[in-house]
Design a protein around this ligand. Structure first.
Ligand code: ADP
Ligand code: MG
Length: 395
């Protein structure tokens, strides 16, 4: 690839370099920097995953826990401690039998669980009782939904083991969200929730589904998640709309996905695409490149470059992809005024939710103070480190 120095054979290349050089061949192509997720949870998909691009999430030190045991009457009974305010916290339904499939219904939160049970790869799932608790904000862009799916799947693995294939696990959870929650999400959230690695961000090639862990454990560094505590209702309809725009752009360029497109090709097709679709595609193509660059910067502990890419990412999400909102823009602007902050951007699907800020560990207190002072709303902060993915906890 022209953008990388030539290397003499595979053994001298790092896994990161191998992944990037095999799949990225022009300096006008792009990816996405996204820092997210917890031990079974993470942030919502960030718009390059469903375009076959790169994403760079991390799992947060937040999580969803499911505790339960099998029961003999063929009933599944679940209680959650943290449903949306308008929903009952308990649900009960028959376990799916050979001829009876589950279908989505109410309460909405149970659809994530039902979808995972339906798509579980080690079934048939027997009856069980379980209680769920989570410290992840619901709908805050930190992917409480993937946390719920992956926690459920991990629980089912204890009840009736599957073959343990991690990629298939993440894909089954994604399918559950598509078919039972009606959200056409990419694969990032479920992947990082399953595969998060302590002290590392995870570069995921969403086309090949290969992953490379990139160290992010520098003691001088901190990751600050700031929740705007707003959720604009647009999020539900705009996400699928963005996805359709990207598909339209790829089709117009004669590409399987925007991963295969370059900015030069996009520019050529500008008049055919119309301004809106053009800008959506420009974000995605640019973001895929930024993500690849960010992974390299992180590998080299070049936090300044990483931070600059985060800011470019935010600006592109705001101006070209139009998924930010005034609250997220305020939080990012305030963070960037603080000495010791490398970069900041929105994370998740947008229209509210959280920002992620990379900063010197010593700046964490003053950053929180300053952001809260400048923010017109009330922010919640999570100072976090990259954590591991979902696991069974012995009782
Ligand atoms: P995000 O994934 O960014 O948090 P989503 O809208 O994708 O936002 O998912 C949020 C939804 O997931 C909630 O409205 C709720 O239905 C469900 N959910 C997540 N975690 C839990 C939980 N612990 N208990 C019940 N429902 C949950
Ligand atoms: Mg979600």
């Amino acid at each position: 690839p022209p953008s990388y120095p030539a290397t003499k054979g595979h053994s001298r290349r790092s896994p990161l370099r191998r992944m990037l050089s095999s799949s990225w061949h022009s300096d006008t192509r792009c990816g996405e920097v996204s820092v997210q997720g917890p031990p079974p949870s993470r942030s919502r998909s960030t718009h390059t995953d469903y375009n076959g691009g790169f994403v760079l999430p991390m799992a947060l030190q937040l999580g969803t826990v499911l505790v339960g045991s099998p029961r003999q009457d063929g009933t599944i009974s679940i209680v959650t401690t943290s449903a949306e305010a308008d929903e009952p916290r308990r649900v009960q339904f028959p376990a799916p039998g050979p001829g009876s499939a589950l279908s989505p219904g109410l309460p909405r939160w149970a659809n994530y669980v039902k979808g995972v049970i339906q798509h579980y790869r080690g079934g048939p799932v027997p009856g069980f009782s379980a209680v769920m608790a989570s410290d992840i904000p619901l709908g805050g862009g930190l992917s409480s939904s993937a946390a719920l799916e992956v926690a459920t799947y991990t629980f089912l693995q204890q009840l009736c083991p599957d073959d343990g294939d991690l990629v298939a696990k993440a894909l089954a959870c994604q399918k559950a969200e598509h078919t039972f929650a009606g959200m056409p999400c990419g694969i990032m959230d479920q992947f990082i929730s399953v595969m998060g690695k302590e002290g590392h961000a995870l570069l995921i090639d969403c086309r090949s589904l290969q992953t490379v862990a990139v160290p992010l454990a520098d003691a001088s560094l901190a990751v600050l998640i700031t929740n705007s505590n707003v959720r604009h209702t647009l999020a539900g309809s705009e996400y699928p709309a963005r996805r359709r725009h990207c598909e339209r752009a790829a089709a117009a360029l004669g590409k399987a996905s925007l991963r295969d497109a370059t900015l030069a090709e996009l520019e050529e097709a500008r008049s055919r695409l119309g301004d809106e679709v053009f800008r959506r595609a420009r974000h995605v193509i640019g973001e895929i490149a930024r993500t690849a660059q960010a992974a390299q910067a992180l590998q080299h502990r070049d936090y300044r470059t990483f931070g600059r890419l985060m800011v470019e990412s935010h600006n592109s999400l705001r101006d070209d992809y139009e998924v930010s909102c005034s609250e997220l823009d305020e939080l990012v602007a305030a963070a960037l005024e603080v000495d010791g902050v490398y970069g900041s951007r929105m994370t998740g699907g947008g229209f509210g939710g959280c920002t992620v800020t990379l900063l010197e560990a010593g700046a964490a207190d003053r950053a929180q103070q300053h952001i809260q002072e400048k923010y017109s709303g009330t922010a919640t902060f999570y100072l976090t480190k990259p954590s591991g993915g979902a696991k069974a906890l012995p009782l």
